[in-house]
Design a binder for this molecule. Structure first.
Ligand SMILES: *Cc1c(COP(=O)(O)O)cnc(C)c1O
Length: 379
């Protein structure tokens, strides 16, 4: 089996935290919040509302490359109103998590996957690449400086958001010659407060997130901006999330920020193939691996909507789920679109969905052996 370019880089692992730490030193004079204020902020965590004390930053210039790397205080930064990211959206980002294990140590999951994907996205958006070593160093240095911000409550994590954007003040349309890499961190509560509820999905044939040759395989802001109106309209119809089709409205692609899986009664699991219009999710890849470890037949292939609707009606498809770093796994309980509205399974998360969620989160939390070397110790 041939590996994708992201899989190849991810498979090489990377230098250990102690080999790269110190590349992003703290600038002097950063004030940190008193413990009592931090505890108060971390008492009732949701997603992406609270931020830690520091952020990592490095600036690239076309004539001199990457300059000084540092940790600064998290907070508003001056940016020119002419900065080209604000006009043309030249930006890419990543999302990963730091987990606190029972012994207090802090780990992340397959960070070289995110490093490789950041660079793949950067190439598509004509942004400079950051070395795997610098990417890892930014995670290590930020998490070590803000280690008190890694929650210890089970299911809570420190969400890490690296991003790269055109910070040059210039309104001409060309690749920016000044680019900023920032990493911010946000302590987050369990994604499913009150349990693991199946969500309802609206399959849109009116909007598309990606077309061949477009930016669908890049993790870039514009894809998300374009998903907000379809999401609002689906919510007005009473649905939780949108699923996109390919631009001919034939095959299933993915949700706005999650990949999708289909489980059949005969045990075969299907997920849309990486055709260049789908984001190559780390969670998707990890789930495929865990299923194959169980000798499950996993097909990465085109999934025709017509087939899927018929298979839901006949009971041939018994489970569907979506996956991504933030929620890990989300059971899909209802799939509807123009001309169909089908219940998926029995209203409860199916056996495969639940077991793959349990297995993956147990590996991430160090409760099951890390057979594939996916965990990376940060602190
Ligand atoms: C980030 C993202 C995913 C999930 O990727 P993970 O690496 O599993 O977090 C899936 N689809 C899209 C469009 C995304 O942006």
């Amino acid at each position: 089996m041939t590996l994708t370019p992201i899989e190849q880089i991810a498979a090489q692992g990377g230098p250990a935290a102690d080999e790269v730490s110190g590349r992003f030193p703290v600038v002097v004079g950063v004030e940190t919040k008193p413990a009592a204020e931090r505890d108060h902020l971390m008492a009732d965590l949701r997603f992406g509302e609270v931020f830690s004390d520091h952020m990592a930053r490095a600036v690239w210039r076309a004539d001199s490359g990457w300059g000084e790397r540092r940790l600064e205080a998290y907070g508003p930064k001056a940016m020119a109103p002419g900065a080209s990211v604000l006009h043309y959206g030249q930006e890419v980002f990543e999302g990963l998590k730091a987990y606190r294990h029972a012994d207090g140590s802090v780990w992340t999951f397959r960070p070289t996957w995110n490093a490789a994907r950041l660079n793949a996205s950067a190439r598509r958006l004509a942004l400079p690449e950051l070395s795997v070593e610098d990417f890892l160093a930014s995670l290590v240095d930020l998490v070590r400086a803000d280690v008190e911000w890694v929650p210890s409550e089970e299911g809570s994590t420190l969400y890490l958001r690296p991003f790269l954007y055109a910070s040059e003040s210039f309104l001409g349309v060309r690749a920016a010659r000044t680019v900023t890499y920032d990493l911010i961190a946000s302590p987050c509560g369990p994604y499913f407060k009150g349990g693991f509820h199946p969500v309802s999905i609206w399959v849109t044939d009116e909007y598309h997130r990606a077309a061949v040759g477009g930016t669908g395989a890049a993790k870039t802001s514009g894809n998300y901006a374009a998903s907000l109106l379809p999401q609002l309209e689906a919510a007005e119809r009473g649905f939780d999330q949108v699923c996109y089709l390919d631009s001919t409205n034939t095959h299933l692609e993915e949700l706005g920020g999650m990949n999708v899986f289909v489980v059949a009664r005969d045990g075969v699991v299907r997920t849309p193939a990486l055709t260049g219009t789908i984001l190559e999710g780390c969670t998707r890849n990890s789930i495929i691996q865990l299923l194959r470890d169980r000798s499950v037949d996993v097909h990465e292939e085109h999934i025709a909507l017509d087939w899927l609707v018929e298979a839901l009606r006949s009971g041939e498809v018994t489970e569907m789920f979506a996956c991504g770093t933030a929620a890990v796994v989300t059971a899909i309980g209802r799939l509807a679109g123009r001309g169909f509205d089908e219940q998926v399974g029995a209203g409860e998360p199916g056996e495969v969905t639940q077991s793959i969620y349990d297995e993956l989160t147990s590996i991430q939390l160090g409760k099951l052996p890390d057979r594939h070397g996916w965990l990376y110790r940060l602190a």
